[in-house]
Design a protein around this ligand. Structure first.
Ligand code: MOS
Length: 760
């Protein structure tokens, strides 16, 4: 990988190392399942061997007889627990132990609890069940599924964006393209396994669980257990990757809490990799039909995007990405539709960059096809259809530097050296292909709260119950406080990951840096204001009589424009305090009036993207080089180049890591990842990291990330657009486009593996 040191530029923060870097690399950082507890018992899940039917009987005696086994929780043991609600806090309404219906492969049928993990594992293996089996429907094309319009059947798809008369415009278009595309089921597989640890002290419950939404989990669990949320504390100091899978809670949490209450001792259940494939959510497979009409010189006159997504029988889930694809370029007339297909699978959920990752693949592939058909450079085609107002509602973008991203990335990639003829570039046995695509992600923001304490000695403490899912939120929140309080980054401590702290929104939709930093900024500004008031009010002080708005905090002192200053300890003396603590609530424009109250209750409402007076999106352009062995069709990716414009970058080092991770995952979505479902049984075939392909170091060579300076004061107070999900959008299409360039073969179904290149 290329390793140029990140340099701060205009509107780009210092590349300080992560605040928790040392703890992480030394293994001292405590993840939820690492936290030691006395008298801890261990739980292991038992899951179904069928995808659809009923548990006729379950035999638990052999498990109970294993030495060390303490309890088995199964049917009949969850009386008094309410079924989950299908919303943003629970991924499913499925209540696995409430009735004997089996609705998906690997559904929880029991939890075995023992003195040791080994005893629990042995006993879990001894649980047997007999089933009444019904024939399941496995996927989008299986018989027995039910198809519904997403709009009207799921709150997640509010619109099928359209504009003008698509049919007429498409009919009369001089050039036309119509093609179908598919993306597969994918499973999140964060390196930190899923786990729940439940510990009761009287009626007080503490849950240690990696989650992207501490308050969301607390609120939903309180609802299920029918207890006051104030009696639940959720703790997750670090989360080892979430990518959406740890956003909503799963049925496991309540089951483990019940087990701990029955035994009156703490119970920890770490879900093994294989069981995670079926007890956690996943990214649904999708089908798309794209139609594009254009003039011979590449001006698009009509665009339609029809899609189908898989969901479960019991929950109508959809991600609905036409909200973004229909707004991306100047299309003329636009039509779109999303349907959901109900099958015998668990309910899907968000997975990094929903919905753009699966929905941009067909659009960015189709644009490449259109460019080839018209003999126009694919970058030029996008330039000819670039816009400053989105075509559905005619809203201006707060900022949009898509073509600047293309220009920067194209230059770094040396795109001009490309020979556009497919199969024309070759290095010995290797066919060389290059391709590009657009990255886009809506800028989201949500209500957030924070508490900041500044002490007389210039040390600060920042507290907010955000979740450190690996993005570096602790670090950037600390940077924001250091900047606003005029102290060194080393003087800031940041506490997160605990519902004892003031609430922050779900770490999802790339909102956290914008939302949490805006709350921290607000709390710091209150501290500044109190310090400035004290400095000007003190008659004997050097700043007496100055106007507070002319003051600043720098290097541990309140300073005036004329250079007069007062050291913090003296200002604190004037205040008569040893510390100042301020709590602030950030409520973004367009958020509901109840946003903060909702946040305390566990509900985060993300706003942004196409909603509001202006459209808010981050953009990028990605270029990929593939090399395909002419004899074996082995596919290699020597180069990935991405340029991104995403507002203020709080920390160029952590941001670069995010963008690299994103583009690498995007490449993986193009070439490697798919969860294989057996059509006959609707069961998951590849259930570990040996069979579920993810990239290893050898799959990733040069990765170049360019961050364009972009100032956007309209998106939110922090000026941050968010970068957690941006970079893996479009990479899959850039890969497919590069494969076409190398081979002349257009593959419209992901992942692109060598076997697909062997056949004609
Ligand atoms: Mo992300 S899929 O919004 O956690």
């Amino acid at each position: 990988m290329s390793a140029a040191a990140p340099q701060p530029r205009e509107n780009q923060g210092q590349p300080v190392p992560r605040i928790d870097a040392r703890l992480k690399v030394t293994g001292e950082a405590r993840y939820a399942a690492d936290i030691p507890l006395n008298d801890l018992a261990h739980g292991v899940l038992v899951t179904s061997d069928i995808a659809r039917g009923r548990v006729r009987s379950i035999a638990l005696d052999a498990a109970r007889a294993v030495p060390g086994v303490l309890d088995v929780v199964s049917y009949g043991d969850l009386d008094g627990v309410k079924p989950p609600r299908f919303d943003n806090s629970s991924y499913t309404s499925l209540a696995p132990l409430h009735d004997r219906a089996i609705r998906h492969d690997g559904q929880i049928i029991a939890l075995v609890v023992a003195e040791t993990l080994e005893a629990a594992q042995e006993a879990a293996d001894k649980v047997t069940a007999e089933y009444d089996i019904e024939p399941p429907s496995a996927g989008l094309d299986s018989p027995g599924t039910e198809t519904l319009p997403a709009k009207g059947n799921t709150a997640m798809v509010q619109e099928n964006p359209s504009s003008g008369d698509f049919q007429a415009a498409f009919q009369s278009a001089p050039a036309k393209l119509e093609a179908e595309y598919r993306t597969p089921t994918q499973t999140h597989n964060p390196i930190e396994l899923f786990s729940t640890t439940a510990a009761w002290t009287g009626d007080q419950l503490t849950i240690y669980e990696p989650t992207q939404s501490l308050y969301g989990l607390r609120g939903e669990l309180a609802n299920q257990l029918q207890i006051d949320p104030a009696n639940i504390r959720v703790v997750a100091p670090y989360v080892g990757g979430g990518f959406g899978s740890k956003g909503p809670m799963t049925p496991r949490t309540a089951i483990v809490a019940v087990a701990a209450r029955r035994l009156n001792r703490p119970v920890r259940c770490v879900v093994g990799r294989s069981q995670a494939f079926t007890t956690e959510p996943y990214r649904a497979p999708t089908w798309h039909r794209i139609r594009l009409g254009a003039t011979p010189d590449g001006k698009i006159t009509s665009f339609s995007h029809d899609a189908r997504e898989l969901t479960s029988r019991i929950d109508n889930y959809a991600v609905g990405g036409t909200s973004t694809t229909t707004r991306l370029y100047g299309y003329g007339a636009v039509a779109s539709n999303v349907d959901i297909v109900k099958a015998d699978r668990q309910t899907p959920a968000y997975m990094r960059s929903p919905p753009e990752l699966p929905y941009m693949f067909p659009l960015e592939s189709a644009l490449d096809e259109l460019a080839f058909q018209l003999g126009i450079d694919p970058v030029e085609l996008r330039r000819r259809n670039d816009i400053d107002r989105e075509p559905i509602k005619g809203k201006a973008f707060t900022s949009r530097h898509l073509m600047a991203c293309y220009d920067a990335a194209a230059q770094a990639f040396d795109w001009s050296a490309r020979d556009p003829r497919p199969g024309s570039m070759r290095d010995g046995d290797w066919l060389i292909g290059v391709g590009c695509a657009t990255a886009v992600y809506p800028t989201h923001v949500a209500a957030a709260t924070a508490r900041v304490r500044l002490r007389v000695d210039g040390e600060a403490l920042v507290q907010s119950a955000s979740q450190e899912i690996g993005t570096g939120i602790r670090t950037v929140a600390g940077q924001m406080a250091a900047e606003r309080l005029g102290i060194g980054f080393d003087a800031v401590r940041v506490e997160m990951g605990d519902t004892n702290l003031p609430p922050a929104p779900v770490s999802g939709g790339s909102n956290s840096t914008a939302s949490v930093c805006s709350a921290v900024l607000k709390a710091c500004d209150r501290i500044r204001s109190r310090l400035f008031q004290a400095a000007v009010a003190s008659n004997s002080g050097p700043l007496a009589g100055r106007r507070p708005e002319d003051l600043d905090l720098r290097d541990g002192a309140v300073v005036a424009r004329d250079g007069a200053s007062q050291k913090l300890p003296d200002v604190f003396k004037a205040l008569g305090a040893g510390a100042i603590e301020e709590y602030a609530e950030f409520i973004p424009d367009g958020a509901p009036a109840t946003a903060v109250q909702d946040l305390y209750g566990g509900k985060s409402t993300l706003t942004g993207g196409p909603s509001g007076a202006k459209a808010k999106y981050a953009f990028g352009a990605e270029f990929v080089e593939v090399r395909i062995n002419a004899r074996t069709r082995e596919i290699r990716v020597p180069r990935l180049v991405g340029a991104f414009a995403a507002g203020r970058i709080m920390n160029t080092r952590t941001a670069r890591s995010q963008l690299m991770g994103g583009i690498i995952w995007g490449m993986s979505a193009g070439l490697l990842e798919a969860t294989e479902i057996d059509e006959r049984a609707a069961r998951t075939v590849n259930r570990d990291l040996q069979d579920y392909l993810v990239p290893v170091n050898a799959d990733v060579q040069a990765v170049e990330i360019i961050m364009l300076p972009e100032v956007d004061h309209e998106v939110n107070p922090a000026g941050v657009k968010g970068i957690g999900e941006l970079a893996n959008v479009g990479t899959n299409a850039a890969v497919a486009n590069a494969v076409f360039h190398a081979t002349g073969k257009r593959l419209r179904e992901l992942p692109i593996r060598l076997e697909k290149l062997l056949t004609a």
